[in-house]
Design a protein around this ligand. Sequence first.
Ligand SMILES: Cc1cc2nc3c(=O)[nH]c(=O)nc-3n(C[C@H](O)[C@H](O)[C@H](O)COP(=O)(O)OP(=O)(O)OC[C@H]3O[C@@H](n4cnc5c(N)ncnc54)[C@H](O)[C@@H]3O)c2cc1C
Length: 439
Amino acid sequence: MQSSIVRGAVWLGIYLFFVLGPLLAMLLGDLPRPRDFWIELSAALGYAGLALMGLQFGLTARFRFVTAPWGEDVIYHFHRNISLVALALVIAHPVMIFAVQPDRLALLNFFDAPPAARWAALSTYSLIALVVMSLWRLKFRLSYEWWHGTHILLAVLAVAAGVVHMVLWGFYLSDPVKRAMWIGLALFWTALFVYVRVFRPLFVHRRPYRVTEVRRERGKSWTLVFKPEGHEGMHFRPGQFAWLSLWGGAFKLTQHPFSFSGSALAPGGQVEITIRELGDHTSRIGTVAVGSRMYMDGPYGAFTSGCPSDMHVLIAGGVGITPMMSMIRTLADAGDKRPVVLLYGSRDWESITFREEIEAIAPRLNLKVVHVLEKPDAGWQGEKGYIDADVFRRCVPPPYAEHEYFICGPDVMMDAVEKALAELGVPMARYHSERYNFV
Ligand SMILES: Cc1cc2nc3c(=O)[nH]c(=O)nc-3n(C[C@H](O)[C@H](O)[C@H](O)COP(=O)(O)OP(=O)(O)OC[C@H]3O[C@@H](n4cnc5c(N)ncnc54)[C@H](O)[C@@H]3O)c2cc1C
């Protein structure tokens, strides 16, 4: 825990260095003639906005050593919010100039404006389109794949056009050292992009997996069992996930994240993933043929045990059971008899994914299973409705602050459970959440 905080602080420092360093470096050496304060401030905002935009390629590059202290969902959340900050800075840059020098509004005339201003407009419009499409993707009914492809294109356009604008405008960059520094920075962003789109997929491509079994599960779900082909497989911790290229090679633009559902101690590098039929890709999952070759990039995620505790409390809703199943299977394989409580919310008795398997594995563990059914049959004697603080009080023994909690399921359930834990006085460091809709 301590080392993870230190690593987090170091990466934050490196991030700030790459955002503010190039800006502060502009103030070193020979300075161009001084200008109005607001013009100088607007230039600083523009540079900072561009640096933030370029670094987005690093945030989404899936560097495990960077994301480990926080987890992928937190990094994506940051990526999303910091792009709003970048947009605000990039828009403030021209707005401030227009406010103090209204004659510059003529630069908005795309056809008569000098090339440097045209590139600035292209960069700003691309960024606005990118942010608008990301914020309202579901409202605009954009398919995930279409949105993702456009997102990448607009991001490259926004950053590349921003760099060209800066070099052409050249007020601060007339100094060759500063110009070289910013061009070097732009090459660094390009290298990040090339790493993500070429080198990482190449690495994944060289480590294929073969589907050895396709199993139907309750709750409109399917388990795919994979064996590594020509390599030893990956070493994951229960609760982690991988990006899977469904139908298509490792270079496919869009991959899908899925938690491991099998034991981390399975022999021969075997990996299991359980997928619920949901949208255009996952609804075809049952048609995957045994023997197909697939590509998997992982393991990722920080949804794993992180602190010493007297008991694990696993709280799952629907397909959020998959990482819990991996934890349960791994504990069973390790002969670990620590007390575990599984609070498992499902729609009804028939749709409980892994129902029989959980019953079968329970005697190998110190496991208490509590099913909470949303629409139970008339004779159901167990918990009904949703998992809330009352279910905790009835089913989980105190002291609540001493247990370690894992929560995965629909957003409404996760929000309610996090609220319930706060009510019970559980410190945030004691619970881990994995949200399946982080993008
Ligand atoms: C860390 C993590 C672990 C997950 N583990 C599982 C699991 O074990 N089993 C399971 O069934 N589901 C899991 N999911 C959810 C799963 O990734 C999505 O349900 C699936 O990608 C939907 O694809 P689709 O094209 O069929 O659905 P669509 O209808 O296209 O998408 C439905 C929603 O899923 C999300 N989504 C779609 N495609 C992607 C993508 N390529 N990358 C990221 N998000 C996407 C979007 O929020 C989208 O709105 C997990 C998600 C995350 C983030």
